[in-house]
Design a protein around this ligand. Structure first.
Ligand code: AMP
Ligand code: ZN
Length: 501
């Protein structure tokens, strides 16, 4: 089944298919702009990476292999400035933030790309691209030794953002990487070194790359002159992606990417979540407050990428409850003792849920419409499991596999059934201890260290044994001790279960 996805370049929903006949094979080649590792990412950044994970996993679910490249911007103005202030190299400065970024991706169960590309490891390729641009008259050097892209040399500028830059002033320049104005400017490709700054000695002079040239050089290095899809947050459409197109296409005369996907912002009270507004939460902030990584994942992917998403704590609470329902049902269905036979209504409901789910994802990654039929199916199956042994509408043995298969397809993209939440929170707690950030940590999080999964299993087993020996005082004591530390025990006809609040 093909994936239909909105394409910023054409302004319409296009079918996304790998370009045929290209080495190294039929994989869909995609490039996603990665983080600038000058600080910890906020959950707005992670909304974008999570939605790209939804894209990646949907492609895989539909049987389309992917080759996914993401850059790590490990040199820019802020990094150089902060490293200088701390008296360390930029590599020493960025390493812990890059590590934190990858750990946060893992906590959120975001699949890693096939290729991570650090800017500082591709300087030669960037220099080469600047030289090629100079050869075709699209780049020029200023007196201080910096290189700029000559916008007047690229009349197609504005095709992605649909901005009309007619009449722009030739030679007006900007040397910062991000600029908000609607007016186009010649932008920096290479910045000459100022005294004391980190720099590279190269054939185009001593200096360092601009941000935009990084992505042009690294995407073409790994994916070729034209690749299938380029993705990022909506703020990257202009100027970053316009500039990438201008740099690459001036040299290759081929389209850089055939399809452009942009994830709309995570908002707080109607405003973009951002470092500069100060209205942000990092993943670690939320984990230490006691929210689960799986709930953050589900909340951030449940609003489709084409819509802006207003972040609320209520949304996290809703997601926590939804995951709990799914995990409890999954365990119940896996363990239940079922009578032989099959229930045609449930079989039909499972097939219908699966179809609606796949259709919604294939239709521009509509995650909200995709998850709804799954929860409907869970409700229907739970009701059928509750029915008496003689009831013809009950769930039977042959219904188990098809319903589990629907859950597996759901989880191939949503990935919330496997519980790695405690591990993620425990890692955040270890980090908080190392960096002395224990002020705002929830008691249930602090209890994680004492009550590991193994320790809880042992206490639960001891309680079962105590009950068997009719030592109800000890059994109650264990239940209360666990409850005080955020662990709930549930006795059901299918056995004893525990869960963290
Ligand atoms: P940065 O590390 O600032 O380069 O950003 C990494 C990614 O996060 C980029 O693709 C941005 O477009 C994206 N981004 C930044 N802020 C938000 C936000 N509030 N909501 C969604 N994506 C964002
Ligand atoms: Zn980029």
């Amino acid at each position: 089944m093909p994936l239909r996805l909105f394409n910023t370049l054409t302004g319409q929903i296009d079918t996304l298919v790998p370009q045929p006949g290209l080495a190294p094979g039929p994989a869909l080649r995609m490039y996603a702009c990665g983080p600038t590792v000058y600080d910890y990412g906020h959950i707005g950044n992670f909304r974008t990476f999570l939605q790209i994970d939804v894209l990646r996993r949907t492609l895989l679910l539909l049987g389309i292999p992917v080759r996914h490249v993401m850059n790590i911007t490990d040199v820019d103005d802020k990094i150089i400035h902060n490293a200088q202030a701390a008296g360390i190299s930029i590599g020493q400065y960025t390493a812990p933030f890059e590590r934190a970024f990858l750990e946060d991706l893992d906590a959120l169960r975001v699949q890693h790309p096939e290729q991570l590309a650090r800017a500082t490891e591709h300087i030669d390729r960037m220099v080469q691209l600047v030289q090629q641009l100079a050869q075709v008259g699209a780049a020029y050097q200023t007196e201080d030794g910096s290189w700029y892209f000559r916008l007047a040399s690229f009349p197609a500028y504005g095709q992605l953002s649909k901005k009309d830059f007619a009449g722009m002033e030739d030679g007006a320049r900007v040397d910062v990487d991000e600029y908000e104005k609607d007016s186009a400017r010649d932008f920096a490709l290479w910045k000459a070194a100022k005294p004391g700054e980190t720099s590279w000695d190269t054939p185009i002079g001593r200096g360092r790359p601009g941000w935009h040239i990084e992505c042009s050089a690294m995407s073409m290095e790994y994916l070729g002159d034209t690749f299938d899809l380029h993705a990022g947050g909506e703020d990257l459409i202009f100027p970053h992606h316009e500039n990438e197109i201008a740099q690459s296409e001036s040299v290759t005369h081929k389209p850089l990417a055939r399809h452009w996907m942009h994830v709309r912002f995570l908002l707080v009270d109607g405003r973009k979540m951002s470092k500069s507004e100060g209205n942000f939460y990092t993943l670690r902030d939320l984990l230490l407050k006691g929210y689960k990584a799986s709930a953050i994942r589900l909340a951030l992917i449940s609003v489709p990428y084409r819509h802006q998403h207003n972040f609320t704590f209520d949304g996290l609470v809703e997601a926590t409850a939804a995951i709990e329902r799914l995990r409890t049902f999954h365990q119940r269905l896996t363990q239940a003792t079922l009578a032989p036979g099959s229930n045609p209504d449930l079989q039909a409901a499972a097939a219908q849920a699966h179809q609606t789910y796949i259709d919604a994802l294939s239709n521009d990654l509509n995650t909200a419409e995709a998850r709804a039929p799954i929860f409907d199916l869970v409700r229907a199956a739970n009701t059928a499991l509750d029915r008496a042994n003689t009831d013809p509408a009950r769930l039977l043995a042959d219904d188990r596999a098809p319903i589990l298969a629907v859950l597996a397809a759901f989880d191939a993209v949503f990935d919330v059934l496997t519980d790695t939440d405690a591990d993620a929170t425990r890692r955040a707690l270890a980090w908080a201890r190392e960096t002395s950030r224990l002020d705002d940590v929830a008691p249930s999080v602090l209890a994680l260290d004492a009550f590991t999964d193994q320790a809880i299993d042992a206490l639960v087993a001891e309680r079962t044994q105590a009950k068997r020996q009719r030592n109800f005082a000890r059994a109650d004591q264990i239940r209360n001790q666990l409850a005080e530390n955020g662990v709930l025990i549930e006795d059901s006809k299918d056995g004893v279960r525990w869960k963290r609040k």
